[in-house]
Write a protein that binds this ligand. Structure first.
Ligand code: SF4
Length: 375
């Protein structure tokens, strides 16, 4: 354990490290410039427990209904030896074979430890890499691994379609619908980022096994229900951009030492749980510690980070709290009070604020005219 690990462990305190998954790793990319999130995630802090204790709990994660619907759809796609999936692969990837082999890595001879499943995944991929066989092979529940801030994290793609014309394709099964050929763009974007995490993990494994990581395709196979029925449809989604973004954020977490070095000595977010697991740390003390880590709140945080309500309260009155488009429009005027002052002329513009002041005054005049016209 090096100094950075010791420091991160001290920041987390007595709690066990919070495990990551592809969804949480994908969420890291939503606000890559936020030091607070980077430090909390590198230290594997349980952000949900932390936000609850300081009085800013946010409902987060998928609802029970959404999870049940997702499981039901996945079961349907994989039923009868993945019959529906094979139909889609034939249609979209010109799968030339009437049959493909299928390996379920969920259970290894009754042992289901993560290490055993990961080892089995390695063995099967290694064998496939050496075989040179061009046949399609489906791996169900493979267990991949990525290193996040120095810690190994296990990841489980829904399925990997393997070794078709010499390439691996990640298959991602999602339960949001494709209606008349269109799906919710934000959901597709989230699925693409999550798939990019799997692509990276699979490339890492192929490289460890001595193979060429480039054989893992950047085109992932996204399977969703079509219209309002349960019948699956699929699209190939290019995740090159998302792979780059995820990789950049993982590098930032790996280089967390520089950010941690800036923090006050002895800073800890330990909840100090008692013997029943109830947090005893004074809330004011914990908020002070948290405020010592720079945050960069944006409205998107509400969808992607458990700390969002706390950070939003901290950003009140700042242009950033209204989102990046507003922030950019205000051209460097960070405080909303200052923006209002520039707009109504009660505040003189600073050296770099003349253009922003001109636009704000124009907007204010138009607003007054519009309101006057309405009256
Ligand atoms: S909610 Fe807070 S900690 Fe999370 S990403 Fe946004 S600013 Fe950073």
């Amino acid at each position: 354990m090096n100094d950075i690990d010791t420091r991160l462990d001290a920041i987390r305190g007595t709690a066990t490290p919070k495990a990551h998954n592809a969804r949480t790793i994908a969420a890291l990319t939503s606000n890559p410039g936020c030091t607070r999130r980077s430090v909390l995630d590198a230290a594997a802090v349980d952000k949900q427990a932390l936000s609850e204790h300081i009085g800013y709990a946010a409902p987060f994660g998928m609802s029970g209904f959404a999870i049940a619907r997702g499981n039901s759809f996945e079961t349907h796609v994989k039923a009868n030896g993945c019959a529906e999936l094979l139909r889609l692969l034939r249609e979209h990837l010109d799968l030339p074979l009437p049959e493909v082999s299928y390996d379920d890595l969920n259970s290894v001879a009754g042992r289901e430890t993560l290490e055993a499943r990961h080892l089995r995944t390695r063995q099967l991929l290694s064998r496939a890499l050496r075989s040179g066989d061009d046949a399609g092979t489906l791996f169900d529940h493979p267990l991949l691994r990525l290193t996040i801030a120095g810690r190994p994290v296990y990841l489980e793609p829904d399925l990997v379609a393997f070794r078709l014309r010499g390439r691996f394709h990640v298959v991602e099964i999602k339960s949001f619908p494709v209606i008349d050929g269109r799906a919710d763009a934000s959901k597709v974007a989230a699925a693409a980022t999550q798939s990019a995490v799997y692509v990276l993990a699979l490339r890492e494994l192929v490289a460890e096994l001595g193979g060429d990581p480039g054989i893992v395709s950047h085109n992932v196979f996204l399977v969703c229900p079509e219209n309002f029925a349960n019948r699956p449809t699929a699209e190939l989604v290019d995740v090159r951009k998302q792979v780059t973004v995820v990789r950049r954020q993982l590098t930032r977490l790996a280089d967390i030492g520089g950010l941690v070095a800036e923090l006050p000595a002895g800073l800890t977010l330990d909840l100090r749980p008692d013997e029943r697991g109830v947090a005893t740390r004074p809330v004011a003390e914990l908020r002070t510690a948290l405020d010592a880590i720079d945050a960069r709140y944006a409205p998107e945080c509400l969808d992607t980070c458990e700390m969002a309500r706390y950070c939003r309260a901290g950003a009140a009155g700042r242009a950033a709290a209204l989102g990046r488009p507003v922030q950019e429009d205000l051209g460097g005027v960070d405080s909303l009070r200052a923006a209002i002052g520039l707009a109504d002329g009660s505040r003189a513009p600073g050296e770099h604020e003349f253009e922003a002041a001109r636009l704000l005054q124009l907007a204010e005049r138009l607003r007054r005219e519009a309101l006057g016209g309405a009256a």
